[in-house]
Structure formats: C-alpha cells, structure tokens
Design a protein around this ligand. Structure first.
Ligand SMILES: [Zn+2]
Ligand SMILES: [Zn+2]
Length: 58
C-alpha cells in the first residue's frame, strides 16, 4: 500500500514532490481552495487558476 496523495501544482498540474520547494496558500479571492505552486512555476511566475472561483493570479 503506497498510495501517497501528492499535491498537484495549480499551474502546471504536475505532482509536487515532498522535497520540492513549493509554496501553498489559499486562494486570495475566495479562500476556499488551497493553491499549490511547484518550484519551477514559482520561479517563472506562471499564472494559476483557482478551481473554485476561477481567479487567476501570479
Ligand atoms: Zn507547476
Ligand atoms: Zn478562488
């Protein structure tokens, strides 16, 4: 049983590894969704989209 629930990056939709220098924060618009950004998306400042309210932000 190795079902590890990895978070998914809200920008590139890739799984975020536990040792990745990712950031996570709640959506600044609705606050209901936890946004994950992987290291590469954070460095390249990709746009994320909230899955709940559709808010897009850097
Ligand atoms: Zn990403
Ligand atoms: Zn939202």
């Amino acid at each position: 049983m190795s079902t590890l629930a990895l978070p998914v990056c809200s920008c590139c939709h890739r799984h975020i590894m536990p040792n990745d220098k990712c950031v996570k924060f709640n959506c600044p618009e609705c606050g209901a969704v936890l946004i994950w950004r992987c290291e590469s998306c954070r460095e390249s400042a990709r746009t994320y989209t909230c899955g709940s309210c559709g808010f897009q932000g850097p």
